[in-house]
Design a binder for this molecule. Structure first.
Ligand code: SF4
Length: 510
């Protein structure tokens, strides 16, 4: 029979009183990221942040301590102020950073939403400059990309620009019908009235017109349905148009906004778990990275990347008092306006345009019927079609982008397409073929193509993919930051600033 071996347990005496209790300092591992947060934030000049404090009254928690706690919380994926309050009471890393102070969630929230407003960018820029001085990144090359992040807003309380337009058109049409009816019934009463137009209506105009109609139809035998319509119009139209006018101001060139966060726009997100393409309220986050560090961030409520590039680079200038020498971005940013603006600023642009990849495909580059493959003679300002017919300029035209940038186009027409044996392959419309060309954009596309296909361009294109994309993957998947916790553009920018600081310091610590 086997004899049972002695069982030995390690000493366990939780009630043991220590003669010299350990300090928090010695409990923190030497290479723990919390030490990087502390060491970096200690070097930052917080004068702009301290200037936000008015003084007087009771004492405040030190902003340096609160900033360290917040950055470390974002580093640890703790975004809720209540969870941060819990952590400063329970987690030795937070307790070490806060020096055992225990700010509550209201203090943490107020500090994050109010005190950091307008100053977090300056703090972030100081941290990035420190990292650049250490040789960890360069501010000369910016790899730019964007992603959509869902807003902290209700997905089902929306306002659509098109719906406002349709409602206004409907009111205008019904008002015109009422006016025509009144002109028939009360011709005499309206004979001295100035002619009324209905293309553009507003609350004031509707009010005036309804009053005129009401006055003119007084004592007249009016159809019951018309009477009902006038009563409805008096009750609702002016009020509705005032509401639409307010909503149009909030829209500010967008097509939608959420009623619970009016800065958020409905956009298509990459994360579409329902796979139904549902638009969700969100923000367009633009990041510049270098060596996988975030060097610049901006939050936009317009979903189109093309419209964000100028203000994003302008923010880089604002933070570091210089433009990046080189900008590398994907096809979402290649517009005439952006190319021209970067050229004026002497920025070397490795920026694709929307057809860059397509035109490398054989079926595109070998297709002689495509406008971009037609031969152009600049001296004669004339194109030649695949049959060798000259296509002469017939007119110049211009269009404006959403940013107000003017783009010029020239139209060219073939002389005679009737009976051409290539007609069915060439184009579908009736008459002779007309093409519209933006010469300036073509000039920038040619330059961009040469740059992107140069050895330097190929290197930048490869680098862009492994520079910005892992940063977005880290934010969304490792940091699980897929939805903002705060509302409004200003506050979402603070959150992204904290995420960016946390990302950079995690990378530095690693
Ligand atoms: S259809 Fe007209 S434009 Fe096309 S190849 Fe023939 S002549 Fe030229």
């Amino acid at each position: 029979m086997n004899k049972k071996k002695n069982i030995a347990f390690k000493d366990y005496a939780p009630q043991q009183i220590m003669l010299l209790p350990p300090s928090l300092e010695e409990l923190i591992e030497p290479d723990h990221p919390v030490r990087t947060v502390k060491q970096v934030i200690e070097q930052i000049n917080l004068d702009p942040l301290i200037a936000n404090y008015k003084g007087g009254g009771t004492s405040s928690y030190h902003p340096r301590m609160l900033l360290k706690v917040l950055v470390y919380a974002y580093l640890r994926n703790v975004y809720s102020s209540r969870k941060i309050e819990e952590a400063v009471k329970q987690d030795i890393h937070f307790m070490w950073l806060s020096g055992m102070s225990k700010p509550d969630h209201n203090t943490i929230n107020r500090f994050r939403s109010e005190r950091l407003k307008k100053v977090l960018k300056k703090i972030f820029a100081q941290v990035v400059t420190l990292l650049a001085e250490e040789g960890l990144l360069s501010l000369q090359t910016a790899y730019i990309d964007g992603t959509k992040i869902e807003a902290n807003a209700n997905r089902y309380t929306f306002v659509w620009g098109n719906a406002i337009k349709t409602s206004k058109e409907r009111i205008a049409k019904q008002l015109e019908e009422l006016w025509s009816y009144t002109e028939k019934i009360a011709t005499q009463e309206l004979k001295d009235t100035a002619p009324v137009t209905f293309e553009k209506i507003d609350a004031q105009k509707v009010k005036q017109t309804i009053e005129q109609i009401d006055q003119a139809l007084k004592d007249k035998p009016v159809d019951k349905k018309v009477k009902q319509k006038i009563n409805y119009a008096k009750k609702n139209w002016e009020k509705n148009l005032e509401k639409y006018s307010e909503q149009e101001k909030i829209l500010d060139k967008r097509n939608s906004f959420s009623k619970t966060d009016t800065d958020a726009t409905f956009m298509r997100m990459k994360e579409d778990h329902m796979r139904n393409g549902q638009l969700k309220p969100g923000y367009n986050l633009q990041l510049s990275t270098n060596n996988q560090y975030i060097t610049n961030y901006t939050v936009h409520h317009h979903p189109t990347d093309t419209l964000t590039l100028k203000s994003h680079i302008a923010e880089h200038e604002n933070l570091y008092h210089q433009s990046p020498q080189t900008v590398v971005a994907d096809a979402g940013y290649g517009s005439q306006e952006n190319y021209q603006w970067m050229e004026e600023k002497n920025i070397e642009a490795f920026v694709k345009y929307n057809t860059f990849h397509k035109e490398q495909e054989k079926k595109i580059s070998d297709n002689p019927f495509l406008t971009e493959n037609l031969f152009y003679n600049p001296q004669q300002d004339c194109y030649y079609c695949p049959m060798g017919q000259p296509m002469k300029k017939i007119y110049d035209t211009a269009g404006k982008s959403l940013n107000g940038f003017t783009r010029h186009y020239s139209a060219y027409r073939a002389v005679n397409c009737e009976g051409c044996p290539l007609r069915s392959q060439c184009f579908k419309e009736k008459g002779n073929r007309i093409i519209k060309v933006n010469h300036q954009l073509n000039h920038y596309k040619t330059k961009a193509r040469e740059k992107l296909n140069s050895p330097e361009g190929i290197l930048h294109r490869k680098k862009r993919m492994c520079d910005t994309e892992p940063v977005f993957a880290n934010i969304k998947h490792n940091k699980n930051f897929k939805r903002f916790n705060l509302r409004g553009k200003q506050k979402t920018e603070i959150e992204i600033g904290l995420i960016a600081l946390a990302h950079n310091l995690t990378k530095k610590a690693a």
